[in-house]
Design a protein around this ligand. Structure first.
Ligand code: GAR
Length: 187
C-alpha cells in the first residue's frame, strides 16, 4: 500500500477528485492533505472526507524543510501529489523524494510553464497568444519549475470565442479524467 500526501493551495477540486477516485483502492491511501493557505477551499473538501490537514506556510516550507521531511517520513508518505500547489518545492524536499513528487500543470509544457504561470494566468496567456490548442501535463517534480520528466499530456482544442474561464473549465475536465489515471500508472 502506497501512502500519498496531496499538496494544494486553492480550491482543491483536483484534490477532492483524487480522494474520491482512490477512496476504495487497496493500492494507495491518500493519508494527508497539506496546504500553504489557511483559507484554502481544499481544507473543507479534505475534512469532508475525514483527511488530516496540515497547514504549512510558505515561510515554514523553506525554513523548516528538514522537519517537514521528517514529518512526511514519520507518516510513511511514499508519494506526494501536487494538485494546484503554487509554491516551489524546496530542493531538499525534491531530493528526499526523487521521482516521488508529481505535479499537474494546466498547459502543454514546456509551453506556458515556469514562475508566475499558474491557474488563470496560464489560460489568459494561451488566449492572448491565439493558440489553437492547450492541454494538461502531468510530470515529476525536479529542482526546476515545471521541467521534470513528463508522465502524461492531453490536449484540448480552443474554440473561436474561448475565454480564460471557459478554457479553465475545459482544462479542469481533462484534469479530473486524466490526473487519477496518471497517478495510477505510478502504483
Ligand atoms: C488546476 O488547474 C491546476 O492544474 C493548476 O491550478 C488549478 C487548481 O485547481 N495548477 C497550476 O497552475 C500549477 N502550476 P483546483 O484547486 O480546483 O484543483
Amino acid at each position: 500500500m502506497i501512502n500519498a500526501a496531496i499538496f494544494a493551495s486553492g480550491e482543491g477540486s483536483n484534490a477532492e477528485n483524487l480522494i474520491n477516485y482512490f477512496k476504495n483502492d487497496s493500492r494507495i491511501k491518500i493519508k494527508l492533505v497539506i496546504t500553504n493557505k489557511d483559507d484554502a477551499g481544499v481544507i473543507a473538501r479534505a475534512e469532508k472526507h475525514k483527511k488530516t490537514v496540515q497547514i504549512i506556510s510558505k515561510e515554514a516550507l523553506h525554513s523548516y524543510t528538514d522537519q517537514i521531511i521528517d514529518f512526511l517520513k514519520t507518516e510513511k508518505i511514499d508519494l506526494i501529489i501536487l494538485a494546484g500547489f503554487l509554491l516551489k518545492i524546496p530542493e531538499k524536499l525534491v531530493k528526499a523524494f526523487p521521482e516521488k513528487i508529481v505535479n499537474i500543470h494546466p498547459s502543454l509544457l514546456p509551453l506556458y510553464g515556469g514562475s508566475g504561470m499558474y491557474g488563470m494566468n496560464v489560460h489568459k496567456a494561451v488566449i492572448n497568444n491565439k493558440e489553437k490548442q492547450s492541454g494538461i501535463t502531468v510530470h515529476f517534480v525536479n529542482e526546476e519549475y515545471d521541467k521534470g520528466k513528463i508522465i502524461l499530456q492531453e490536449k484540448v482544442n480552443l474554440s473561436e470565442d474561448e475565454t480564460p474561464q471557459s478554457l479553465a473549465t475545459k482544462i479542469h475536465e481533462l484534469e479530473y479524467k486524466y490526473y487519477p489515471l496518471a497517478v495510477e500508472r505510478l502504483l
